[in-house]
Structure formats: structure tokens, C-alpha cells
Ligand binder design. Structure first.
Ligand code: GLY
Ligand code: MN
Ligand code: MN
Length: 449
């Protein structure tokens, strides 16, 4: 396990973070009409007809309070005006390494009960659940402690979670630094002629992570694989040529994720045409990051991205149409077929992106943009990704070929560039109360330069 925070500022900010969690929980309880909140960390899940557990994924509501990501069968009880009570499961298990005895910057901030059998939790938790909000997955139920996940409470907590506390921002900064360091190692492995699997391993070594520690499965695509948005394999064979590398990969600190994408070439004569496109996307990405401002409707940044893509397609002489016509005929969606980004935090695609208000409801996506994951107005402390892309995806290009816009496309150029797969540049960005945003990713790369 290597999610433990190293930066001492993280520890010093924790007590204040817990106070914010407490205040948010008390508000949510008052809105839902419950007296206390009980959170189940979750249970181990097993492969069908097998005794091998899947990698444990904690209830995000649990790790919002505690930097504990590998702790099934634990519970947190939150009552207004009282220190949170943590029931900490530490089995006497010689088959596995049990969770370490409770230690770290969080220990003093909670009341602790250590148990060695899941059922022992019952001795420490309320017998009367009539006024209890129990948040967890259905399979976490323990006798009468059955998750009820009250909607009003969950909505309120999800709404608030979009704005990160100073502690959370510090975790995200450290996750960004680890990710940036690993991305540079991946680039070096690419330049040294590595396979996707070798590049992936170089990433892990530099991050000090194993696959178990990653916040999501690394996307490591060489050449045409850069065009597969969620490319899920890592070829062990080295390709004949190393034209492009697209790596979409993050790191995890105390349960918080970074989510970073970089696209690299060798920068030689063979990639000159693609490098011009890459440079255009780089400056568009920076302009889009700069749109992350308090009060801005995130949907507008997504629509702005399509305008940038239209301009780039025209300027790079890929599509000889007016930008307005490209947008009207949805040509840009062939080349940029995903959303500009999402909330980031405890989950890579953090919750609450479509909420209309603290009470719930849905704020819609713009027509024709089904893959956007965030539609809210930005506020100080929100952490979002800004990840424009421009790809040569065979199935989408074939569809474009069948439309009237096809005649405006320079297909010979498309074919030349398709060998490179595509481009995505993804930064993690924090909205500030005033002025330009904080770019966690660019700051992390700059600190390594
Ligand atoms: N890593 C998945 C994404 O960028 O949303
Ligand atoms: Mn992302
Ligand atoms: Mn990503």
C-alpha cells in the first residue's frame, strides 16, 4: 500500500477537514431528518464460485472522513456535537496482512473501537436505528444495520463534496506530483523504445505504486492505440515504430486521485505534421484551463472546446469548412467525441456533477453532447479536469465519410495522421474565488523541471 500522504502539510490540515465533514454531516442530517449518520466502509467481494477477492473499493463516504482505503468491515458513526466514533476492523488473520494498528494523523481526531470480527461492530453501534441514516452498499448490512441511504442526506453531502477542503487540496497536489513524475518516466520509456507494458511498468516504478494503488487503470496507448479513448490493454510486444504515446494515468494519496493525460511524440521529422496539431491542442488546452473561473457554467467550457477544435481543424487544413458549419454539422464531434472533463477527488469521476441544487435534481447536458460529465456552475475549491482531445477514430471517421461534410475533409492528411492515433491533454484544475485557477498538473510538472 502506498497511498499514505508524505507531505507534512496534509497532516496539519486534517483536523480542520474533519470539522468541515462534521458540519456538512450535521447539515445533511437536519435536511433529511435523521439523528445520526452511520457509514459502512464496505465488505470484501469475491469472484463467482471462487475464493479470490476483488480489489476492495471503499465506500467513498467513508474515505471522505478518513485516509483508510483498504479497510473493509469498518464503520464510522457521526453524531451532532460529538467526536466521530470509528469501529476499526483488524482481524487476527494469518493468511493476509491485517490492517495496521490505528496510527497516523487521523487517530486523535476520532473515538476508536477496534474489533477482530465483523459482528463485534454491533456491540459499539446503536441498537435503535429508527433515526439513523446508514450510508453504504446493500451487502454491507449487518443484522439490523441495513443501509438506507436517505436521498436528501446523500444529495446534500454530494453537493458539498464538490468544493474541496484545504486538506483535500493538499492531497490532490501530492497526487499530482506523483503522477507528473511517473508521466515523465513513461515518456522516457517511450523514447527508449519500450512496449506499452514496459512503459506502464516504468510509470508504476516512478510513482512508487503498484496496480492496486492506482486510482484507475492506466491507459497506455502507442500509435493507433492513442485513438482508443479507454484503451484497456498493454501490449507486451514493442511496435516497429514509436510514433506517439498517449498516457492517461494518475496517482492516489490518502484516497484522493490525480487524473493526468499526456501525449508524446519523438519530435522528429516523421512527426512534424502531427506535432503542429499537438502544439495547437496544447495552446487550446491552456486557454480552456483559463476558463475555469468562479461562476462559469462548466457546459460553456465544453462548448468552447468544440469551437477551438473547429478552428484547429480549419487552421491545420484538415477540414475546409467554416467553423460555424463544422459546429452545426457536428463535424467536431467526430474528432472530439467525449466531454471536456469532470469533477475529481475521492473518485476519479467524482459525484455530483449533474446536480441542479443541494436538494438534487438534474442540470442537463447541452443537446448533442451526451458524454459530458459535469454541468454545474464552478465555485471556489472545486477541482475539475480539463481534457480536450483530437483523435482519428476509424469508426467515427467512417460515419463522417457518409455525410455531406465528407467532401470538405482532407482524407489523405487524415490517413497520414491516423497512424498517430490522437491527442489528449488533461490537467487537474482548481477553481479559485478570484482570478486564474490553480493548475495542479502544470505546477507539478514545473516543480520537477
Ligand atoms: N481517466 C479517465 C478520464 O480521464 O476521465
Ligand atoms: Mn479525466
Ligand atoms: Mn484521464
Amino acid at each position: 500500500m502506498s497511498h499514505a500522504a508524505q507531505d507534512p502539510r496534509i497532516a496539519s490540515l486534517y483536523a480542520e477537514h474533519l470539522q468541515t465533514c462534521q458540519a456538512r454531516a450535521e447539515r445533511a442530517l437536519s435536511l433529511s431528518g435523521h439523528e445520526a449518520l452511520l457509514i459502512a466502509s464496505g465488505v470484501e467481494k469475491y469472484a463467482f464460485l471462487d475464493d479470490r477477492p476483488y480489489l476492495f473499493q471503499p465506500n467513498p463516504h467513508f474515505k471522505a472522513w478518513l485516509p483508510l482505503v483498504a479497510h473493509p468491515y469498518s464503520w464510522l458513526l457521526v453524531r451532532p456535537g460529538t467526536k466521530p466514533l470509528l469501529v476499526y476492523y483488524q482481524p487476527d488473520d494469518y493468511w493476509h496482512v491485517p490492517p495496521a494498528p490505528p496510527a497516523g494523523y487521523w487517530v486523535d481526531q476520532v473515538e476508536l473501537r477496534v474489533i477482530s470480527e465483523p459482528e463485534q461492530a454491533l456491540q459499539h453501534l446503536p441498537a435503535d436505528v429508527s433515526r439513523l441514516a446508514i450510508v453504504g452498499e446493500a451487502d454491507a448490512a449487518l443484522q439490523h444495520l441495513i443501509p438506507n441511504n436517505p436521498e436528501a442526506l446523500i444529495h446534500s453531502l454530494h453537493w458539498a463534496r464538490a468544493c474541496k477542503t484545504p486538506y483535500e487540496l493538499q492531497c490532490l497536489r501530492e497526487a499530482s506530483r506523483i503522477g507528473a513524475r511517473a508521466h515523465l518516466a513513461a515518456r522516457d520509456a517511450f523514447l527508449a523504445g519500450g512496449s506499452e507494458a514496459e512503459i506502464h511498468r516504468a510509470y508504476l516504478i516512478a510513482a512508487g505504486h503498484t496496480d492496486r494503488d492506482l486510482p484507475y487503470s492506466n491507459i497506455v496507448g502507442l500509435n493507433e492505440h492513442a485513438a482508443v479513448l479507454h484503451y484497456q490493454y498493454q501490449d507486451t510486444a514493442r511496435p516497429a515504430q514509436h510514433l506517439t504515446l498517449l498516457v492517461d494515468a494518475g496517482a492516489q494519496v490518502a484516497g484522493y486521485a490525480s487524473d493526468i493525460t499526456r501525449t508524446w511524440t519523438r519530435g522528429d521529422a516523421a512527426s512534424a505534421e502531427f506535432d503542429a496539431l499537438l502544439a495547437a491542442m496544447e495552446s487550446a488546452q491552456l486557454a480552456l484551463v483559463d476558463e475555469v473561473r468562479q461562476g462559469v457554467d462548466y457546459r460553456e467550457i465544453h462548448l468552447s472546446t468544440h469551437r477551438h477544435i473547429a478552428r484547429i481543424l480549419r487552421e491545420q487544413q484538415l477540414v475546409a469548412m467554416s467553423e460555424e458549419a463544422m459546429l452545426a454539422e457536428r463535424v467536431t464531434s467526430t474528432f472530439f467525441p467525449h466531454g471536456i472533463g469532470h469533477f475529481l477527488g475521492l473518485q476519479v469521476h467524482d459525484v455530483g456533477g449533474f446536480m441542479a441544487s443541494e436538494a438534487g435534481g438534474t442540470r442537463g447536458k447541452p443537446d448533442g453532447h451526451p458524454y459530458l460529465r459535469l454541468t454545474r456552475d464552478l465555485a471556489a475549491g472545486m477541482c475539475v479536469t480539463i481534457e480536450p482531445g483530437l483523435y482519428f477514430i476509424p469508426t467515427l471517421l467512417n460515419k463522417l465519410r457518409a455525410t455531406p461534410a465528407a467532401k470538405a475533409v482532407d482524407w489523405a492528411k487524415v490517413e497520414r495522421l491516423a497512424r498517430f492515433g490522437g491527442i489528449r491533454i488533461e490537467d487537474d484544475v482548481v477553481c479559485r474565488a478570484e482570478g486564474a485557477p490553480e493548475n495542479l498538473t502544470r505546477d507539478a510538472f514545473a516543480s520537477l523541471a
